[in-house]
Design a protein around this ligand. Structure first.
Ligand code: ZN
Length: 218
């Protein structure tokens, strides 16, 4: 569930909650005080119904994904303070780079930018998170994980089953998200990147070809 954090009032207003999409593991609800309309907090060319500008398409570029040997991946990323064109370009490039690599998530340090920015798409559209913070976790899930910065490897990793987090969008507006299963795993994996942590640090065992696990590259 994604809600606008500031003005969130469950049950308030004349049916001003809109189900955007419902998946078995992730129901997304959006709330827009301004025009009572369905609002997408993640404007991007991949978001349904959005086709913002040709200029953005042209300016998008693939960035190089750095690998586990690179010490930058072990550094702590700084919060974003300016929600400007440079950030928008970074977000656009990161999404492009993630989709190009068939990943479900990508954190800014993976493209050598030490800022607290992540993009994700677990099959329900692009999610951009700036300055994400985990507020609460619940339960446990054990499953296979991979990472675009650790090519050719995967491992079993225990993660919380549910995660509640807050984050800013590309314009600095705060939101809260409640996620389960794969999206919860993805949020944990990506926010770990922002603190210089990799899944290989916490995996219970490495998976090899003979294991028939499903891979998720983040
Ligand atoms: Zn990763």
């Amino acid at each position: 569930t994604i809600t606008k954090a500031k003005d969130f009032r469950p049950g308030a207003g004349r049916g001003r909650f809109f189900a955007l999409r419902t998946l078995p593991f992730c129901a997304v609800l959006l709330y827009n005080e301004k025009d009572d309309g369905l609002m997408c907090p993640f404007p991007s060319r991949w978001t349904e119904g959005q086709d913002k500008s040709k200029e953005r398409r042209i300016s998008m570029a693939l960035r190089k994904i750095i690998c586990i040997e690179d010490e930058l991946l072990r550094k702590k990323s700084r919060p974003v303070e300016k929600f400007d064109e440079k950030l928008h370009r970074l977000l656009d490039d990161m999404a492009e780079t993630m989709y190009n690599a068939n990943g479900v998530g990508l954190a800014a340090p993976q493209v050598a930018v030490l800022r607290r920015v992540v993009v994700m798409d677990c099959g329900d559209g692009l999610i951009e998170m700036v300055n994400p913070e985990i507020l609460e976790t619940e339960g446990e899930q054990d499953g296979p994980e991979g990472c675009l910065s650790v090519p050719g490897r995967r491992g079993m990793v225990k993660r919380p089953m549910k995660v509640r987090a807050k984050f800013q969008d590309r314009n600095g507006e705060w939101y809260e998200i409640e996620a389960e299963e794969l999206l919860a795993r993805c949020i944990m994996h990506e926010t770990d990147h922002l603190d210089g942590k990799l899944y290989v640090d916490i995996m219970s065992r490495e998976l090899f070809d003979e294991d028939d696990g499903e891979e998720t590259e983040e």
